[in-house]
Design a protein around this ligand. Structure first.
Ligand SMILES: [Fe+2]
Length: 468
């Protein structure tokens, strides 16, 4: 019914609190249970173990008081908390269409777990999870990737996606060195040192930053695929549900089809999605999850014709309509759209977004034409949530939406009646091109636009029409 991000209300990226306006919208629905996505006492144990002094509440009630603040005046009839990785797993499995699946969770650190493999199935309509294997702190693929993010001068726990983008510009020539220095056992994913503390500046000092990024990506992929092999070998299911912050690595995701036949990554696999997982566990059964538009609503019908006119005339246009996306990607309801053809569009959009020139944009395409333009990855049913890259078959015709390595992060839109679907259909009729460039509508340094006031602010600041 509703799922939103606090950051979209406070305008603070990755806001760890709960904003009153978010809670206000949430409370328009009646609730009988408040579910929290980790065990507070386990989180404190992890903090103690990793040498961090800042401890939070020890009980579920304490955590709810802390995060809900004034809203915690009327305790719910039921208050529950669930283990962090189980919350990730449930957010994935219970939103999937699978009756049975192998669930892999990989993140930086959740309580003391860093990798979990579950066997999931429904018994009498309720989801059951059997833990098949786990790895624990400090051995963590996510922490390794964050340590390398910091090593190249980016912000850990924030800029990992930039490291992934950089990786295409380097060569993985330090992978073996990196592995020898850091990895103790690549099969069970153990490391020689606690990478939570990062590596010192002299680590791989002779290598270029782009090569370090490329090597970190390569090592990360090797370790992920080892986990996938292990998960497959349990023989629990040919269906994979993959969750946790590391599941956002869309480069690594392109090869998951080598290990599993059918893959589901919920559009919000990171910690924000864990909230939905906790709710799913309290609910018990499957959740019908047909799209990612679950946040703040900007009312009115999707401005198809106005957007089309702006596209034809200005080539670039913003749209803020309907309910906000749950998850990190703009999927058409809070998007900056552009004509993907031609050579100058990438620079123009980059100028508006004021971001690093090397970062590519994503195409959004009518699903039925995806195979004509892209080699879509195996295992996924289309790519409605942009979770994997695909090789572009005509990189020269669409330079704005193809990365330097020849891949694109494609969003496919099937016949689901959404606003972006109607827009693409009309755009195709008028131009013969079934795709658009799609990037998130946000003011630099801020999270995605949420409400109409944000959209107006964007329009004023950048001089680009935003239709809502
Ligand atoms: Fe997590």
């Amino acid at each position: 019914m509703f799922a939103g991000h606090s950051e979209r209300y406070s305008k603070i990226k990755n806001d760890s609190g709960l904003h009153p306006d978010l809670l206000r919208e949430l409370c328009e629905w009646e609730y009988d249970t408040v579910a929290f996505y980790e065990r507070p006492w386990m989180h404190n144990l992890q903090q103690l173990y990793s040498g961090q002094r800042q401890l939070g509440p020890w009980t579920t009630r304490g955590a709810l008081r802390k995060y809900l603040g004034d809203w915690y005046r009327y305790p719910a009839p039921r208050e529950v908390s669930y283990p962090h990785h189980l919350s990730h797993a449930a957010a994935g499995f219970q939103t999937s269409t699978f009756d049975r699946a192998t669930v892999v969770v990989i993140d930086a650190i959740g309580e003391l777990d860093t990798i979990s493999i579950f066997g999931a199935e429904y018994v009498n309509g309720r989801a059951k999870y059997k833990l098949l294997w786990r790895q624990g702190y400090p051995h963590s693929i996510g922490l390794m990737y964050s340590a390398m993010t910091a090593r190249v001068g980016l912000r850990p726990n924030e800029d990992e996606y930039i490291l992934m983008g950089m990786s295409a510009y380097g060569r993985p020539n330090a992978t073996a060195l990196m592995k020898d220095a850091l990895v103790d056992n690549e099969w069970s994913v153990t490391f020689r040192q606690n990478l939570h503390l990062g590596v010192d500046e002299a680590f791989l000092a002779k290598h270029l930053e782009n090569d370090i990024a490329s090597s970190a990506q390569s090592l990360c992929e090797n370790l992920i695929y080892n986990v996938m092999r292990r998960a497959k070998n349990f023989g629990w299911s040919r269906n994979l549900v993959y969750m946790g912050g590391v599941a956002l690595n869309c480069l690594a995701n392109r090869n998951l089809g080598e290990y599993f036949e059918n893959i589901w990554i919920m559009p919000c696999p990171g910690d924000a999605g864990g909230s939905l997982g906790a709710a799913a566990l309290a609910h018990g059964g499957p959740i019908r999850f047909e799209h990612a538009y679950h946040g703040h609503e900007i009312g009115g019908s999707y401005p198809v014709n106005a957007v089309l006119d702006s596209l034809l005339y200005d080539k670039i246009v913003g749209v803020a309509s309907g309910r906000a996306e749950f998850g990190p990607r703009a999927l058409g309801n809070r998007s900056l759209l552009a004509d993907p053809r031609g050579n100058d569009i990438k620079d123009r959009v980059n100028e508006i977004k004021r971001r690093q020139k090397f970062r590519p944009f994503a195409p959004v395409i009518l699903a039925e034409y995806a195979d004509e333009f892209f080699d879509m990855p195996r295992g996924f049913t289309g790519s409605p949530y942009m979770q994997s890259v695909a090789r572009c078959r005509q990189p020269d015709a669409f330079p704005a939406v193809v990365h330097v390595d020849g891949t694109s992060r494609v969003q496919t839109v099937d016949n689901n009646g959404s606003g972006i679907r109607q827009l693409l259909e009309k755009w195709y009729v008028m131009t013969g091109c079934p795709m658009l460039l799609n990037t998130s509508l946000n003011i630099r340094g801020e999270p995605m636009v949420n409400d109409r006031a944000d959209a107006d602010r964007f329009e004023r600041e950048y001089g680009v029409r935003v239709h809502s």
